[in-house]
Design a protein around this ligand. Sequence first.
Ligand SMILES: C[S@@+](CC[C@H](N)C(=O)[O-])C[C@H]1O[C@@H](n2cnc3c(N)ncnc32)[C@H](O)[C@@H]1O
Length: 346
Amino acid sequence: MAEKIVVDSNYYTLTQDWEPEDFQSYQAMKEDDYWSPSDEQQFEAFEIGHMMFLVLDHDREKPLHHAPIGKYPQHILDIGTGKGTWAIDMADTYPSATVRGVDMFPPPVTWMPPNCVFEVDDILRDWTWREPFDFIHMRLMLGSFTPEGWDQLYKQCYDALTPGGWIEQVELDVRVHSDDGSLQEDSTLATWGDNFIGCSERAGRSLLTQETMRGAMEKAGFVDVQEKLYKIPLGPWPKDKVLKEVGQLQYAHWLAALEGWAMWLLTKFGAPSPWTKEEVQVYLSNVRAELRNPRTHAYEYWYVSDRSMGTVRGYILLIVFSRRVWARKPTEEEMANVVIKTESGV
Ligand SMILES: C[S@@+](CC[C@H](N)C(=O)[O-])C[C@H]1O[C@@H](n2cnc3c(N)ncnc32)[C@H](O)[C@@H]1O
């Protein structure tokens, strides 16, 4: 039988089958460090989120990434791999590469391609990988680190990439908007994002990562920085077939993820004082009720009133934003030019 788990005191490598119980103490130890739980519900949310991002970029030949990493990358790293689906899909897409997925929590996988490896570790600790990476990927890591933690992480990525190698990050904005201003300003959904951003800022780990990541990458020395902003429907209201599917997936993603997002942040950093579990539950019921409002689901809906019956344009077109940024470590030649220019004072 293949090796089950390689254990090295604080460092684990999942190579084949493993039992979740093996990690319970590790999970308990880390529970207080991070806003999102690692449970079945969250893993389901990660899976739906993964599908949503793939459908969103359905017109690309390789929707898993935008960085031009060539046909035969050798070493790829997925930081905060979650359920590990992106890493597994990348390993299938690039048989030439070893794809490492690292997370504080072990992904619930029972099978992975032979060129995919999962490791359980805190990414801010010293990295021990020997081979330089061609590509480092992160998705939905918002609110994971303090600003200093992010600076450290981008530096670690920069140092671990081969010259000319790429970094890519995809993040969501937690604020909900409506496409046409139809979301009432005092609704729970309209205020939800700022409520969470407030909690995350009191926790010292802002959820505004999608706004800060580009600058932080540039600060770390990455060049050729590019980005794409996505407007994602939340609910199946679009007429366009693909966007409708995206909206359905994003809606399912939200419903699956809501409690995990909310509980830790609100019970620890809620305003004006930390909320009780029961208060969070009531709040979440309101959010769910607003999300389920049929007006948020129908592009057009029928109404019956005293005077007339017909379609109205009173629907609420919910949207959320997501941003993808990809950037390159300078090539050796570019780095040499910088040194020459600096030395010659140009
Ligand atoms: C919201 S999930 C996103 C999972 C996955 N990237 C995806 O897109 O589905 C963020 C993940 O980052 C992991 N994470 C947070 N802080 C970490 C750290 N310091 N070291 C390693 N993983 C971390 C969490 O355990 C969680 O699985």
